[in-house]
Design a protein around this ligand. Structure first.
Ligand code: BG6
Length: 514
């Protein structure tokens, strides 16, 4: 027995069990953020770094380096980060935690084609390794538009910053969009893999960092009662919905020309489908998890004919609650003739013994009735009803709903006898709610993902093969839409264009009203 297993053996078993529940602390390291003045860094990344620090999960000498065009001093950068932390952090602001984190902040001024700026950065990282104990371990977070990926990656290569060794790791964290179709995704993967080995590439799909999304696997594989009914034998169809009430004001630069399918279905919704549909991995190791996800994605295909099985729309002016809002083409920065869809729905099928014949309906949209992300497994009706049909007219299909957000939880909808002297049966809900069941607060997705990247935990990051397969699934639909005119219209505050309802009605089904 090796020394460490010997030591583990003699540990107090209660203590070691408890230890496993505590999150691991990242080892000596630092992180460089490109695009540090962008929207994502402001709203999510910088607050998440602070939250990790305040939870004690960053190493003592953790160093955060910002890169940008502004002529900022270290102090300017610190002030900027502090502003974002005060506005967006989940945990309380603690002056002591802040001071420790701020000591390790540095800013490098420059543009992506500025060799001198990257030389300065390389020198700075060396200095930090010597003075702050970052030990040559660096994560490079590319929170920049994809057209700059190649520039940054080439600069990291040229200056040697990208090249890790046995003792010193170098990792790159990249944000979507990973291309706009299969071909460009392959191109992008080629650019990155020319410099970073695949195991050093961490592609962010922030949905995988959400607690409720990880719980899909716990629910399915830690329990006995769900798996036996998790197949075409009992499931009629699955609906995966990500609805948002926000509009696209201020996001034209990113969104116009991209649209809802590329923005959300290609990544978040197809990943949710993979987690819901995949087989049990032989272990919970990243390798096995990714293997099973890719296997199910390889069996997933779009179902046509697309004029009947897909829908897309663009929001027009309407009411969001009591607020009057403008349509997409009036939003600041959008082309007044924009054909970008803000609503997308499609039908996918899975060619496997478990799922053959079960449609997976995916939909997403902006300016819909309310913000909700959920996965609903709608079950087949019982083959026989011994009750008077007049007394079961209000009985719907049994449904299991995984509520990803908000009101995180799981809901089971089934028929129950209405109190009284007849055998009337009506739908009722059995509801599990995270906030009621747990006192622990859920970390933000970005806290989890940044920590995992620093810890080299790869399980929650999609591989290049998964990304490419997702495009392969979506591309035929995007091509069809490109050849078939404009998206339909829907008024802001409604649940999408009429074509979305027709698409479901064509198969004798209807969207759930979440
Ligand atoms: C992003 C999309 O990936 O997810 C945005 O680009 C969307 O358009 C966002 O608003 C939603 O994230 P969340 O975590 O608020 O559901």
């Amino acid at each position: 027995m090796s020394e460490s297993t010997q030591a583990e053996k003699w540990q107090n078993p209660l203590r070691s069990r408890k230890d496993r529940r505590l999150p691991r602390i990242a080892g000596p390291s630092g992180m460089v953020i490109f695009g540090v003045t962008g929207d994502l860094a402001k709203r999510k990344l910088l607050p998440a770094v602070y939250d990790l620090a305040s939870r004690g999960l960053l190493p003592a000498g953790f160093t955060l380096v910002g890169f940008g065009r502004r002529a900022w001093s270290k102090e300017d950068f610190e002030n900027y980060v502090k502003e974002q932390v005060l506005r967006g952090a989940r945990t309380d602001f603690d002056e002591h935690v802040w001071r420790r984190l701020a000591e390790g902040m540095q800013f490098v001024q420059g543009a992506f084609d500025d060799d001198q700026a990257f030389d300065n950065m390389a020198a700075l990282l060396k200095e930090m390794d010597a003075t702050r104990g970052t030990a040559g371990n660096w994560a490079f977070y590319l929170s920049v538009p994809p057209e700059y990926f190649a520039h940054v990656v080439d600069q990291l290569d040229r200056t040697g910053m990208a090249h890790g060794t046995e003792e010193q790791w170098r990792r790159v964290i990249i944000e979507k969009p990973f291309g706009h179709n299969l071909e460009s995704a392959k191109e992008l993967n080629k650019t990155i893999s020319a410099v970073f080995p695949e195991r050093a590439v961490f592609r962010i799909d922030h949905y995988l960092g959400k607690e409720t999304v990880q719980n899909i696997l716990a629910m399915r594989f830690a329990n006995q009662m769900f798996e036996p009914i998790w197949s075409s034998r009992y499931v009629d169809h699955v609906q995966i919905t990500m609805a948002e009430d926000i509009g696209l004001g201020g996001r034209a630069g990113y969104y116009d020309g991209i649209g809802a399918a590329r923005d959300v279905i290609q990544n978040h919704l197809i990943q949710l489908l993979a987690l819901v549909a995949m087989d049990e991995p032989v272990s919970f190791s990243p390798r096995q998890l990714r293997y099973e996800k890719l296997k199910i994605l390889r069996a997933t295909t779009p179902i046509g004919p697309f004029e009947e099985t897909t829908a897309r729309g663009q929001y027009t002016a309407g009411w969001q609650g009591s607020e009057k809002v403008v349509g997409l083409r009036e939003e600041e920065g959008f082309d007044p003739n924009s054909t970008t869809e803000t609503y997308a729905a499609c039908t996918l099928g899975i060619n496997s013994r478990r799922w053959a014949g079960v449609p997976f309906y995916l939909r997403t949209g902006k300016r819909l009735g309310r913000r909700v992300t959920e996965i609903a497994l709608v079950f087949k009706k019982a083959p026989h009803q011994p009750f008077d049909p007049g007394l079961t007219s209000q009985l719907g299909a049994n449904t299991l709903v995984i509520r990803v957000q908000p009101d995180e939880g799981i809901l089971l909808r089934f028929g129950s006898k209405v109190p009284g002297s007849t055998m009337e049966v009506r739908d009722v809900n059995m509801d599990f709610s995270y906030t009621e069941a747990f006192t622990e607060e859920s970390p933000e997705a970005y806290e989890r993902l940044i920590l995992d990247a620093l810890l080299d935990e790869t399980g929650l990051f999609p591989t290049s093969a998964e990304v490419e397969r997702s495009w392969e699934i979506l591309d035929p639909i995007l091509d069809f839409w490109a050849e078939h005119g404009r998206p339909d219209e829907y008024a802001a505050g409604t649940w999408g264009p009429p074509s979305a309802d027709h698409m479901m009605a064509a198969s004798g089904r209807a969207w759930r009203r979440p």
